[in-house]
Design a protein around this ligand. Structure first.
Ligand code: TYD
Length: 205
């Protein structure tokens, strides 16, 4: 099974991924956890370019291509081989991040973003995607507390940008059945329970 997690920065994805990992390990599933951008040697190098604060003049199209380049590499070198071996793959962000951030957030036409996806990932699309949804205001509070003033290039964007990204995710949810919206303001345990029930549904299909 291929599972991805999505959400605006500071939504709590990483915590949920860790808990889900423990659950799947306990069920004797073989799993691999990947993160985007990154996950292969080359993709990690692209990640450094993407998040570097010195690259503030990066234009939206370059950003889309770099994220997609990193992803193309990850899909062919890691995700497909793992899935072929029956390994569960959990990805911390995947192509929906580009639709939400570069498409809805930066304003690249969604149809064009989809065309880039078809080249980068082909039919390697997650079976289920969890969108941990929190209001931008709450994300901002968490950002202030956790980051201690150290933000990467993308996290420096303004509130309007994050509102567009969040609304973009909600648009994707309205269009895609695999895309599950989880209220990220609930307790960690409630969020985890919801995720596990969905996984069990997909697993029994
Ligand atoms: P990261 O530190 O991994 O953030 P997080 O822990 O919130 O996932 O940095 C990834 C950043 O890149 C994050 O701000 C989201 C952004 N991003 C895009 O804009 N487009 C993409 O396709 C992906 C994968 C990430």
């Amino acid at each position: 099974m291929f599972i991805s997690f999505e959400g605006i920065d500071f939504c709590g994805k990483s915590t949920q991924i860790e808990i889900l990992k423990d659950y799947l390990v306990e069920k004797n599933k073989k799993i691999e956890i990947l993160r985007e951008p990154g996950g292969t040697e080359l993709s990690e190098k692209i990640r450094v370019m993407l998040l570097d604060n010195k690259n503030r003049n990066m234009i939206a199209e370059t950003e889309l291509f770099l994220f997609s380049a990193s992803r193309a590499q990850l899909v062919r070198k890691k995700i497909r081989p793992y899935l072929e071996k029956g390994i569960y793959v959990i990805s911390d962000r995947f192509h929906d991040s580009s639709t939400a951030y570069q498409g809805y957030g930066r304003g690249i036409e969604i149809e064009l973003v989809h065309r880039v996806h078809s080249l980068a990932i082909g039919d390697t699309i997650p079976d289920v995607t969890f969108f941990i949804d929190i209001p931008v205001g709450i994300a901002n509070e968490r950002k202030k507390k956790k980051s201690k003033g150290k933000l990467d290039r993308i996290e420096l964007a303004d509130i309007e940008f994050y509102n567009r990204v969040r609304n973009g995710y909600l648009e994707i949810a309205a269009q895609e059945d695999r895309f599950k919206v989880i209220d990220g303001t609930q307790t960690i345990e409630n969020i985890n329970n919801q995720i596990i029930s969905e996984i069990e549904l997909v697993d029994n299909r």
